[in-house]
Design a protein around this ligand. Structure first.
Ligand code: ZN
Length: 263
C-alpha cells in the first residue's frame, strides 16, 4: 500500500510538472498552423583557375546579406567537390560568382548538367562567362563567352525588358561604372534584359564598336533556368544598391520563385 501511495505521489508530481509546462502555451492554438515555406538554399561557387577578382570577398558578403534580407540561405564555396548529385539537390539555385577557367571535372560537370535537367537554377555573375570554355553545354547555359574588355569606366546600359525582377527597379538608361565585357555570343535563344551602349565609353581593346551589345539576359534551358549578367567586376558594385537588386532579381529567377516584377 505504501508503495502504491508513493507511486501515486510520483504521478501527481509529474502531473504537476506537466501542468506547469502546458500553462506556458497559449490557451487557444490556431486551428490550422501556418504552412512553413520550404527552405530556400542558394550555393555560391567562386572557384578561380584563371584570373582572380579582388571583389570576390565583397561579392560573397553581399550575397550573404541579400539572402538574410530576402529569405534564402547562402552557402559559399570554392570547392568543386560540392558538384555531386547528392549535394546539389539541396539547392534551388547555384551562383557562379566571378569564377574563371576550367573549374569542374567531367564528373562534376555531369552532376551539374543533371541538376539543371531536374529543374535547377543558375545565375552567372561577370567572369562566369570567362569559365569552362571547353564545355559547350556550359556555354549554352551562360549564353556567351568572355573575349576582352577595355579599362574600367562609366557607360550607359539600356533596359530592354523592364518587367523582370532583375531590371524593374532600373531607369530606362542606367549609367554606372564597371568593366565592360566584349562577349562571344553562343546562344541566341535568350531573353535580353540589358544592352550596353557602346557610344558611351571608349573601346581600347581593338574591337570595333558594335551597335548590338547584350550584357545581361535570362532563359529556360536544359530543363532549368539561367540568368547571366556581365556586370560585377568592381568591389564597389557589391555595395551599389541598383546592382545588388539586379543580381538579386537574377538569383530569384534562378530559384524559380519570382521573376516578374509586381504588377
Ligand atoms: Zn572583371
Amino acid at each position: 500500500m505504501k508503495a502504491i501511495l508513493t507511486l501515486l505521489g510520483t504521478l501527481v508530481g509529474f502531473t504537476g510538472i506537466y501542468s506547469l509546462t502546458f500553462a506556458t502555451l497559449p490557451e487557444t492554438l490556431p486551428e490550422t498552423l501556418p504552412e512553413t515555406p520550404p527552405e530556400t538554399h542558394v550555393l555560391v561557387f567562386s572557384r578561380t583557375v584563371g584570373f582572380y577578382h579582388a571583389s570576390i570577398p565583397s561579392g560573397l558578403r553581399a550575397l550573404q546579406q541579400l539572402g538574410d534580407e530576402h529569405g534564402f540561405s547562402v552557402d559559399t564555396t570554392t570547392n568543386a567537390a560540392v558538384f555531386s548529385d547528392e549535394t546539389l539537390q539541396k539547392y534551388q539555385a547555384v551562383v557562379f560568382l566571378n569564377t574563371t577557367g576550367d573549374v569542374l571535372n567531367t564528373g562534376q560537370e555531369e552532376a551539374f548538367t543533371q541538376y539543371i535537367r531536374m529543374g535547377g537554377g543558375y545565375a552567372g555573375i561577370h567572369s562566369a562567362s570567362d569559365t569552362e570554355y571547353e564545355w559547350p553545354w556550359y556555354g549554352q547555359l551562360v549564353g556567351a563567352y568572355f573575349v576582352n574588355h577595355p579599362s574600367v569606366q562609366e557607360a550607359s546600359l539600356s533596359v530592354v525588358d523592364p518587367d523582370h525582377a532583375a531590371t524593374s527597379h532600373l531607369p530606362p538608361v542606367w549609367t554606372r561604372t564597371d568593366e565592360w565585357y566584349n562577349l562571344r555570343y553562343v546562344n541566341d535563344d535568350v531573353n535580353l534584359l540589358l544592352t550596353l551602349d557602346e557610344s558611351t565609353y571608349l573601346q581600347t581593346g581593338g574591337k570595333p564598336g558594335t551597335e548590338y551589345h547584350p550584357i545581361s539576359w535570362y532563359h529556360e534551358t536544359g530543363g532549368g533556368r539561367a540568368f547571366y549578367t556581365a556586370l560585377g567586376h568592381t568591389e564597389e558594385s557589391y555595395s551599389e544598391p541598383a546592382f545588388l537588386q539586379h543580381m538579386l532579381g537574377g538569383i530569384r529567377y534562378a530559384i524559380g520563385e519570382e521573376y516578374k516584377s509586381d504588377p
